[in-house]
Write a protein that binds this ligand. Structure first.
Ligand code: SF4
Length: 317
């Protein structure tokens, strides 16, 4: 096919998309730990949920493991951006290991809120997805039984509180803003005195990426979200796109997952990327589109982000 035969395709880029400040910080922590202590540096769980990021850190000498007991005691270990139960750093101390906690400060904020509620004698409902490392980390901040997980509206309707204890709720940072609002509304209707977070727990990056996808979904024929299948915020972007008017929305890890049949017969393709997906993967997908179509780029920006988080003191200089 020659370029004159190519069909035109408008690629509509959602903005903001891709890396957030917490992911950027977590990656920098691993890179600086490698520079400071040399390889190997162990990382408990994928530092962020993205294979491209993990593989590029592995190439620099990071070793990814799922549990602390897989790490030798004489090498440093980094805890992922999702946060860890309190037992994990306690075990690292017991084993006299050097560790660096790359938990996103916005996840740590939720941990502190949960502790505050617990000190006040409140039973805590955590709105989130069972099995996600952030949920495991948040539940692991407090003794067993102090936090109940609520995954959806149905569970919010059925939840039976422990008798005589006031209630409070916190949420995972990467949920669907709209689904969470419905779950919270159900809880507040059933328990009007339930204490809420001082400031929304769903983070700025999740909120902005969902708003940007909502803005472009009605203006495109199909959409791809670049992100990992285990990335909560990326999966939510696909759901948000479908609800907002783009039924043909797909999660892909990188350009090789792009099914060219999705581009057949469409004029406008939306692209976004989850908070753990680097921009290079967006560029790769655009290049794949350019290989088969005459691409024009449009960018729809709904917010500007200038959030930066400080590095831990041990790695700051
Ligand atoms: S998505 Fe939000 S909570 Fe998660 S690392 Fe990024 S800024 Fe932090």
């Amino acid at each position: 096919m020659t370029s004159t035969e190519r069909k035109p395709l408008t690629v509509v880029l959602a903005s903001p998309r891709g890396f957030c400040a917490g992911v950027d910080r977590a990656i920098q922590i691993v890179e600086r730990a490698l520079a400071k202590w040399g390889a190997p540096v162990y990382v408990r769980h994928e530092i962020v949920h993205n294979r491209h990021v993990v593989e590029s850190l592995e190439a620099q000498g990071a070793v990814f493991v799922e549990e602390l007991d897989e790490c030798p005691t004489d090498r440093p270990v980094v805890f992922s951006a999702h946060g860890v139960p309190k037992a994990v750093p306690a075990e690292a101390v017991r084993r006299a290991m050097i560790y660096v906690d790359a938990t996103c400060p916005l996840v740590s904020k939720v941990h502190l809120e949960a502790e505050r509620h617990h000190r006040r004698g409140q039973h805590i409902l955590l709105i989130g997805h069972a099995g996600h490392p952030e949920v495991i980390g948040t539940m692991g901040q407090l003794p067993e039984g102090a936090i109940s997980l609520v995954e959806d509206e149905e569970q919010a309707e059925r939840f039976m509180p422990p008798s005589g204890q006031p209630l409070a709720f916190v949420t995972q940072t990467t949920l669907s803003v709209d689904d969470t609002a419905r779950i919270v509304a159900a809880l507040q209707r059933r328990f009007p005195d339930i204490a809420a977070p001082n400031k929304e727990d769903i983070c700025y990056a999740t909120t902005n990426r969902q708003e940007a996808v909502k803005a472009i979904a009605p203006r495109v024929d199909a959409m791809v979200v670049i992100g990992a299948p285990n990335s909560s915020n990326s999966k939510r972007l696909v759901e948000v796109a479908r609800v907002a008017g783009c039924a043909d929305a797909h999660l892909i890890q990188r350009a090789r997952d792009l099914d060219m049949r999705w581009l057949a017969g469409i004029d406008r393709l939306g692209i976004s990327a989850g908070a753990s997906a680097p921009e290079v993967l967006v560029e790769e997908v655009i290049a794949a589109c350019r290989a088969v179509a005459e691409v024009t780029i449009e960018e729809v920006e709904v917010a500007r982000e200038d959030v930066h988080f400080k590095l831990p003191r041990a790695l700051a200089s």
